[in-house]
Design a protein around this ligand. Structure first.
Ligand code: PNS
Length: 160
């Protein structure tokens, strides 16, 4: 299981999902839906972006994408019968953020978290940075799928 906010999906996420597909027979992307906190994109849009990007990479049939919210991630993992939580690591900052969650999730149900180092060429790519760059008029081509770039540009136009 590859959980996250995916708001929106980046090429960094997709790199990690491709690596997960190479390791596991089945991968489930669980997209956090937090009704109390409006994301930049709706959860339906976020799921659609991930699904179409996976399709374009030829791995759409190996990955299921679904929303979850209002409950513990480990409960979703248990329901799915997931062998592991898979997370990408860009560097030490990610590790510092991820380690307590991995330990807490293991404490709760014993589920392990597997960390996969991402492509170093995408180390600087995060959803939040991409959104900031796009909002201020920067070009995010090559950091997110083209469809996501176009949606970011469109939402930036709608705001101004
Ligand atoms: O992409 P993100 O925002 O870093 O993903 C964080 C996510 C969704 C994996 C994390 O917030 C999460 O697991 N939320 C579900 C609630 C939960 O189980 N919290 C305890 C985590 S130890």
């Amino acid at each position: 299981m590859c959980p996250g906010s995916y708001d929106p999906v980046t090429l960094g996420h997709l790199d990690v999902l491709e690596r997960a597909v190479a390791l596991y027979d089945e991968v489930v992307v669980t997209v956090l839906h937090n009704p109390a906190k409006a994301g930049t994109f709706s959860v339906e849009d976020r799921i659609g972006f991930v699904e179409r990007a996976l399709e374009a990479r030829g791995i759409g049939d190996r990955v299921r994408v679904q929303a979850f919210g209002g409950r513990l991630l480990v409960e979703v993992a248990r329901e799915l019968g997931a062998d592991a939580i898979v997370k990408g690591l860009r560097g030490t900052t990610d590790f510092t953020y991820e380690l307590p969650m991995a330990l807490m999730n293991r404490h709760l149900t014993g589920i392990e978290t597997v960390f996969l180092p991402g492509d170093p060429a995408l180390e600087h790519v995060s959803s939040s940075l991409v959104k900031e760059v796009a909002r201020l008029g920067g070009d995010v081509t090559g950091l997110v799928p083209d469809e996501v770039r176009d949606a970011l540009v469109a939402s930036q136009r709608a705001d101004s």
